[in-house]
Design a protein around this ligand. Sequence first.
Ligand SMILES: [Zn+2]
Length: 121
Amino acid sequence: MQRSFKRSGRKDQTNPKLHVRRDDTVVVITGESKGRQGKVMKAFPKLGRVVVEGVAIVTKHQKARGQGMPGGIIHKEAAIDASNVLLVCPRCGKATRGAHTVGADGVKSRACKKCGAMIDA
Ligand SMILES: [Zn+2]
């Protein structure tokens, strides 16, 4: 059986990319954790989802799985849709959708639309 990662409404992309990456600081703009800032711990470009530190914590009641794997209540971040987060500019601290600029060396990088700071070092 083939596992499908396709989500309705999303076009097939050979090289899907998100506007955020791992280790970016983002702010959640919708949902229960609205307004909360956190670091991107994991990004799933194919799914269009991200795991943000401290956001969308789910509680799991885990059964013990033998030695070294005790049961109990585990708190874990769940993946949220990437469209629900905005990148936070490390310089001005504002949320931005990010502009793409091409530098003098021809390398594409992300920049803050508000203060113009380059987000990618
Ligand atoms: Zn900025």
